[in-house]
Each structure stands twice: as structure tokens, then as C-alpha cells.
Write a protein that binds this ligand. Structure first.
Ligand code: ADP
Ligand code: ASP
Ligand code: MG
Length: 422
């Protein structure tokens, strides 16, 4: 018998009917004799609604109170799932972040899990009670409610799996696994049977939101087995614990050599949540870029892609970079405030951009991956505004309107299209 953490995302928890279905899936595992903890998200759309309430109440809201508001969505669904399980005759109770407790550090609205006391939870699971934990939330050192950043319930699930030494962490969502690209956009995307931690980490960090990036990093560090699978199955489905049909996230050692050599590119992701900023006529001299990025770093704004354009005449140059769209206004303010020390002419924001990334460990030992990307995009008239690479990734910045076209064209160019697709 196994100890399992099951996580259900927002679409899986959207409404009482769906929650009843989730209760059945959970009960199946419990009836099979497994010890079960369940981590739940808020109903789809609820967290957005709560975030908007905070913004409406004040544009400069207190992040600690924001956490109190946005953490409430998960409190509702955890209680409802416990009720639904009880009505099926199962023993179940909810465990809020502060009750376990899940201790977090760092800032409100983007807290990180420091430690989880899994003792009481483990004892409850051993006694045959199903433990339901609201994802996304924790408690700060001074006893206040915190949240882990958007999509954070995945990270809660992995952290709980590590704390109770679970055999597996099953992430149930609205697609039945990790695909070569977002299956809602690329209809020819193929489901992957396995993905390495390294690739999943890279895919998530460049926009494949099927798993929150931090959850993958944590699973890699703690050795948690993650599987992604769908909760949208009919009532006759009765999976045994070892026979789940999703995507398994594995270490490179577990990967069969054939897989590694057969597939150069694992997947293609997109991210529409970055914005571009260009500073024109910056002095082309030592220290100039430091003057731009130091104040942004001080304001805790992450800069991703950076390009310094070819120098103009008179010792001047243009500098372009991207920041998360959520931080664009603040970044503009910070740079405007540093206008004198930087010495630029114009400050131009552009949120109409998207980042497209191809990811694959096979890239480490192969040339020509980037040029295939550039050529495929050029053939369709898609202009590349910035480029970054890592050992297993190439990313380009393009105009947002071309996102879907770029994903599909690249998917075909790298030979990833499913054979039986129309
Ligand atoms: P949940 O609410 O269950 O956490 P999310 O919406 O956060 O679900 O993540 C699931 C979504 O991720 C899918 O509906 C899909 O559109 C998107 N997605 C993006 N890239 C991929 C990919 N490579 N494979 C599968 N899903 C992906
Ligand atoms: N409800 C939170 C969000 O929408 C956390 C999660 O679902 O993972 O971001
Ligand atoms: Mg999610």
C-alpha cells in the first residue's frame, strides 16, 4: 500500500458537481487501501476575482491583507471536498495552513515554504482519515496568513508529499498530462509519457503553466515522484495506483537512452506575461548597464531577456530588456526616477510581446536547433525582437499576435506533430 498526495487544480474544483467527482477519485484511492492527503486549489476564476477585489479596494493594498483575501478561495474548496467525501461515507477533514502548520518565509504574496510539520497529518492518514489541505497558503513567522504566488498549490502539494514522505504526488488537472506544447493551442501536440525534472523545470519557467516552476524545483531537490493526469474522466474509470495514465516527471538517470537520443526537442512553451522596455541613447561606456539594472534589482524586479543594440554614433546605444508584465508600471517608475544617473533619451514600454521557447536536453549535444527556429519563424514573416539561450533552451521574443502561429510552425518544424492529427 502506498502513501499518496493528490492535488486538484481550479478547473477540477469548479463547482459542487466537479468536487463530487473529485471526491469519488480520491475515495477510490483510499478504498484501495492507500493513505491519502489531498491538496486543493480554489475554484477556477475565484483567485482572479479575489485579486481584483483587492485592486479595487486600493491600488496600493497591504500585501499581508491581500494574502488574507486571496487565501480564502482554497479554504472554501477544502471544506467542501471534506463534506463531499464524508457524504460518500469516507473519513475526511480539512487542515488549514496555520493548523498543520505550513511555515513560510519571505514576502507576502510570494512566500516560500520553509518547513512543514507533517506529524499530525501523517498520524491522521495512518488512521485512515483523508487529509484535505488548501493549497497556496501558509503562515509567516509572526503568525500571519501567507500565499505562495499564483499557481502555488502545485508547490504546496509537492512540499506536503516531501513532508509526509509520500510515495507519489499526483497532480490532477484539466489536461491528461504534459504535452509537447500547450494542447489548447497546438492541436497536434503529443502527450509525453515521461519528462525529466530538468526539462520540466525549464518548460515551466518559460511558461508551460501545467506545473508551477517552484514545484518542479522542489520535487527535484526532495526526490518527490510527480505525475500529471486528468481529473476529467468518467465514473467508470477505476485506476489502480500503479496504473495511472498521465505524464511521469523523472530524473535523467531513469530516462531510457533511446528517449534521450530520439528526441531533440521536448517541448515548446509560450509566455505572454512579459513586457519589453527600451531605453534609447544610453551612454555607451563602462557602468552604463549597471546604472539601469541596479535600481531594478533594488526594487526586486526580475529582468529576463536583455539586448544591447549596436552602438549609435556619438558613443550612445539602445538597451532593450523584458520584465514581468505585472512589474511593468513599477519598472517604468523606477527607471524614470533614475533618468539622470542612467542618462537615456526615451523610455519605451511594450506589453504586446510574447516569449516563445524551445526546450530539450538533446540540445546539449546538437548544433542547429536555434537556426531551425529562426528560419521557421522568418519563413512565416515573424520578426524576432530578442533572443536568449541556455544549455537546453532557446527563447525568442516576438509580437504577441503571432504567438499561436509561431507555436504551431515551430511544432511542425521540429517534427513534433502527432501522426494521427488532422
Ligand atoms: P490547474 O488549475 O489544474 O492548476 P493550470 O491551468 O494551472 O491547471 O494548468 C493546466 C493548463 O496548462 C492546461 O489547461 C494547458 O492549457 C496549460 N499548458 C500549457 N503548456 C502545457 C503543456 N506543455 N502541457 C500540458 N498543458 C499545458
Ligand atoms: N488558486 C491559486 C491561483 O489561482 C493557486 C493555485 O490554483 O495553484 O493561483
Ligand atoms: Mg496550476
Amino acid at each position: 500500500m502506498a502513501r499518496i498526495v493528490m492535488k486538484f487544480g481550479g478547473t477540477s474544483m469548479a463547482g459542487i458537481e466537479r468536487i463530487r467527482r473529485v471526491a469519488q477519485i480520491v475515495k477510490q484511492q483510499s478504498d484501495a487501501g492507500h493513505e491519502v492527503a489531498v491538496v486543493v486549489s480554489a475554484m477556477a476564476g475565484d483567485t482572479d476575482r479575489l485579486v481584483n477585489f483587492c485592486r479595487e479596494a486600493s491600488s496600493l493594498y497591504d500585501p499581508a491583507e491581500y494574502d488574507v483575501v486571496v487565501a480564502s478561495g482554497e479554504q472554501v474548496t477544502s471544506g467542501l471536498l471534506a463534506i463531499a467525501l464524508q457524504s460518500l461515507g469516507a473519513k475526511a477533514r480539512s487542515w488549514l495552513g496555520w493548523q498543520m502548520p505550513i511555515r513560510t518565509i519571505e514576502s507576502h504574496s510570494k512566500a516560500r515554504i520553509d518547513s512543514i510539520d507533517g506529524a499530525a497529518l501523517t498520524a491522521a492518514m495512518q488512521s485512515g482519515e483523508i487529509a484535505i489541505i488548501p493549497g497556496f497558503q501558509g503562515i509567516s513567522e509572526d503568525g500571519r496568513v501567507t500565499t505562495l504566488g499564483r499557481g502555488g498549490s502545485d508547490t504546496s502539494a509537492v512540499a506536503i508529499a516531501a513532508a509526509v514522505k509520500a510515495d507519489r504526488c499526483d497532480i490532477y488537472t484539466d489536461v491528461d498530462g504534459v504535452y509537447t506544447s500547450d494542447p489548447r493551442i497546438v492541436t497536434r501536440a503529443r502527450k509525453l509519457k515521461t519528462v525529466t525534472f530538468e526539462e520540466m523545470l525549464e518548460l515551466a519557467s518559460v511558461g508551460a503553466k501545467v506545473l508551477q516552476t517552484r514545484s518542479v524545483g522542489l520535487a527535484m531537490k526532495e526526490g518527490v515522484r510527480i505525475q500529471v493526469l486528468s481529473s476529467f474522466t468518467d465514473e467508470n474509470t477505476n485506476w489502480t495506483a500503479d496504473d495511472l495514465p498521465g505524464t511521469m516527471i523523472i530524473s535523467e538517470d531513469e530516462m531510457e537512452t533511446d528517449d534521450m537520443e530520439g528526441q531533440l526537442i521536448t517541448g515548446i512553451a509560450h509566455d505572454k506575461n512579459e513586457s519589453k522596455i527600451t531605453l534609447t541613447r544610453v551612454p555607451d561606456k563602462p557602468g552604463a548597464v549597471a546604472n539601469i539594472f541596479a535600481p531594478l534589482a533594488d526594487a526586486a524586479i526580475n529582468v529576463d531577456m536583455i539586448i544591447q543594440n549596436v552602438g549609435r554614433e556619438k558613443g550612445e546605444t539602445d538597451v532593450t530588456f523584458t520584465v514581468p508584465s505585472a512589474d511593468l508600471d513599477q519598472a517604468m517608475q523606477v527607471l524614470e526616477g533614475a533618468r539622470e544617473s542612467i542618462g537615456f533619451n526615451r523610455l519605451i514600454p511594450d506589453s504586446n510581446v510574447a516569449k516563445i521557447s524551445v526546450v530539450g536536453v538533446g540540445m546539449k549535444s546538437h548544433a542547429g536547433i536555434a537556426s531551425t527556429m529562426f528560419k521557421a519563424l522568418a519563413d512565416r514573416g515573424v520578426n524576432i525582437q530578442a533572443i536568449t539561450t541556455s544549455e537546453i533552451k532557446v527563447s525568442v521574443l516576438i509580437e504577441e499576435d503571432y504567438t499561436e502561429l509561431a507555436l504551431r510552425v515551430l511544432h511542425t518544424a521540429y517534427g513534433l506533430d502527432a501522426e494521427d492529427a488532422a
